[in-house]
Structure formats: C-alpha cells, structure tokens
Design a protein around this ligand. Sequence first.
Ligand SMILES: [Zn+2]
Length: 183
Amino acid sequence: MAVRRIRTLGDPVLRQRALAVADFDAPLRRLVADLSETLADADGAGLAAPQIGVGLRVFVYRVLDEASPAFGTIRHLVNPVLVEQAESQIEDEEGCLSIPGVSYPLARPERVVASGFDCHGEPLRVEGTERLARCIAHETDHLDGVLFIDRLDTERRTLREIRELVLDGEMVRVRVSPHQPLM
Ligand SMILES: [Zn+2]
C-alpha cells in the first residue's frame, strides 16, 4: 500500500470519463488499498481513482463506525451506478481533495442508493443519506469527469472558469469573490 499524490484541478485525468473495471484481480485490490491509505492520510470523506491518476471506476469513502468513532471505516465501491436519487435535496457545504481550500454550499439529493461491486466482484448496494449521500454522488461524478464546482450556480461558476485557467497542470490561485462581477 502507498499514499499516492492527489491530482488537483487542471490535471486532465480529472476531466476524463473513467473506464469500467473488468478484472477483479490483485492490481484492483492494490488500487483500493492505495485509495484507502491516501484518503486516510488526507483525512477526507471520499476519494475516486482518477484523483490519484487512475482512470477506473472505483472510489473509496469513509463512514462513521462505532468501533472507531474518531476516524470511522473506509469502504469502497467498484463500477458504481446511482440507482436511486431522492428528489428532495439538501444544501450543505461541499469541497474536494482535488480542489484544496475551496468549499461551497451545494444542493444534493438527501438520499441515494448506489449499486456496484466489491474488489472481489461481489455485488454491493450502498444506501446513504445526508453526508453519505452527498459523498457517494460526489465520488460517482468524479468517474464521469465531473467536479462539484461544475454543479454550482452560474454566479459561482465564474470562479470555476477562472480556476480552469491552468498552466502545466498547476492550479492558478485567483482570489475572486464568487459574488463579484468579473469586470
Ligand atoms: Zn472530489
């Protein structure tokens, strides 16, 4: 296992649609282990394979766990599909390990159900509400090259457009209020 470098905004891998996992083999289990270790190291809520430069449909996420109340437990999902999304939405602060230092309120379904597989190819079904629902939706978006800033309203999206001006994969930090006109 290894802590891998987390790719940040401007890295093209974050904008590519990830491929479905076909082989539930040892390299997949290593990928899940690396994702888990990298998520733990970053103290995040979730991490998708493209965020460590791997274009496969896999993510890990952290759930509360009474056995480990301080940190919780990291679980994974391979080839996830959102099979149910509640119409009712909750707005909450959302961020991303690939866009450090930025968070915005964003509405997401208050409940989602995802189906997929574990790293041995066994079918899994995950139901999440509130923060977990948000996390599952956010990580599934990553597998389609979608970032949470894409889902912000138009006013806040101007910030995204500025931030997408990147050189050599380096994120350009531009301090602009999301409520301020550009010109
Ligand atoms: Zn993210």
